[in-house]
Design a protein around this ligand. Structure first.
Ligand code: NPW
Ligand code: ATP
Ligand code: MG
Length: 353
């Protein structure tokens, strides 16, 4: 334990010194110092990655490096939750769960024995109208058994848009929030949240990771206007602020990240291939890094936003892995190729000591 704590302190010092600061100051000032030192928006993503990635040592037990759960996967989409959950493991989480519909579960299990797959969710077609209430209660009770064990949830990859299923997921989100479990919301989770902003509004442990379409819908709904690319960072800041300080990672040619207080960008070279599923890798990555950043910050008090750190680290790693995969596979690069480069990318940036 002593050794573990020492490691954390060393990494915090390294983290602060990477940003040009004095490690005796609290972590509170770290991101602010970065803004002062670096007048551009670009985050020092590699230093952040090095600082939040935990050391590997023999004092640790299973679970300490993170337990992630992806809520997603339905009849149509089984790839997305798999990509997200397996990415979390490949980066270094100890356990990765998938909470999906009954139909999707055997398919996702067949992709990998590493994942713990819970066939808990139901879509309208499989539940009679009169059974909906009792089935909803049962789903929630089952998920609740696990809730406090999760360090982060990813809500939405391949979830689909069935109204009954989305009602159940809304209840799961309310419970997660009550238990202070962080949530990364992506894909159909963003479809849900855009129509139910109350689910995340004012929750600082909520991260939204919209792609171009999802961002447009959010801006229209929340700010009641169109996306303004001339003043993109300012609009992103207003959007995060209007949703009560959630963190938003706007994906694109550069990724922009804001928690309503500041905006950061990550422009590390990625891949020109836009095959589907890369956003799913990102959601699983952000979940792990958010959980790690939270452990680190927890030791110093709630003085720095772990959601910002998680987004910056996840974005940087995903982009680096995509660029390495593209170097290798060129036009035939697929999401599974990028996943294979996650480990090497992290090792290049932050070698295991
Ligand atoms: N291998 C896999 O399993 C992968 C699965 N994936 C999963 O796919 C899901 C959707 O994500 P995506 O990225 O396609 O959504 P996005 O860009 O907003 O939409 C594009 C266009 O499609 C439309 N549309 C979408 N869903 C619709 C629906 N149910 N019913 C009707 N329309 C719908 C949408 O229309 P609109 O909402 O604008 O009206 C827009 O025009 C999500 O769960 C994601 O995780 C991906 O992660 C990739 C890998
Ligand atoms: N033009 C681009 N150049 C480089 N990287 C990009 C570009 N557009 C997106 N990315 C990167 O690809 C990742 C996924 O973003 P994308 O916009 O494709 O998400 P998505 O549409 O949600 O993906 P998915 O198909 O998984 O749903 C992000 O990490 C982002 O940094
Ligand atoms: Mg997506």
């Amino acid at each position: 334990m002593q050794q573990c704590y020492g490691g954390i302190i060393r990494r915090q010092r390294h983290f602060i010194s990477c940003l040009g600061g004095d490690h005796r100051k609290t972590l509170l000032s770290v991101t602010r110092m970065q803004s002062v030192m670096n007048p551009t928006l670009e985050a020092d993503a590699l230093s952040i990655l090095r600082s939040i990635s935990p050391t590997l040592d023999s004092t640790k037990h299973k679970g300490q490096a993170g337990k992630i759960a992806v809520v997603g996967g339905c009849r149509e989409y089984t790839g997305a939750p798999y990509f997200s959950a397996i990415s979390a493991l490949k980066i270094g989480a100890d356990l990765s769960h998938v909470i999906c519909t009954r139909d999707a579960a055997p398919v996702i299990k067949s992709y990998s024995p590493e994942l713990i797959v819970h066939p808990l969710l139901e879509e309208s077609y499989s539940v009679r109208d009169e059974d909906r209430k009792s089935v909803g209660t049962l789903v929630l009770a089952e998920v609740d058994k696990w809730m406090e064990r999760f360090d982060c949830l990813v809500i939405g990859p391949g979830l689909g848009r069935d109204p009954f299923l989305l009602d159940c997921v809304s209840d799961i989100m309310k419970h997660a929030r009550r238990s202070n479990v962080p949530m990364v919301i992506d894909g159909d989770g963003l479809f849900l949240v855009t129509n139910r902003l109350d689910l995340v509004s004012g929750y600082p442990l909520a991260v939204l990771t919209p792609n171009v379409n999802e961002y447009k819908r959010l801006v229209q709904k929340v700010l009641n206007c169109e996306v303004n690319d001339q003043d993109g960072p300012q609009q992103l800041l207003s959007l995060a602020n209007s949703i009560g300080g959630v963190t938003i990672l706007r994906k694109g040619q550069s990724d922009y990240i804001s928690d309503g207080k500041e905006v950061r960008s990550v422009s590390i070279l990625g891949s020109p291939r836009r095959c589907g599923g890369q956003g799913d890798i990102l959601s699983g990555s952000v979940a792990v890094f958010l959980a790690w950043a939270r452990q680190l910050v927890g030791k110093e008090g709630p003085t720095i936003n772990p959601a910002m750190l998680g987004c910056i680290a996840g974005s940087a790693l995903m982009r680096k892995a995509a660029s390495l995969a593209f170097e290798d596979k060129k036009r035939s690069t697929l999401t599974s190729d990028i996943i294979e480069y996650l480990g090497r990318s992290l090792e290049d940036i932050c070698p295991v000591r």
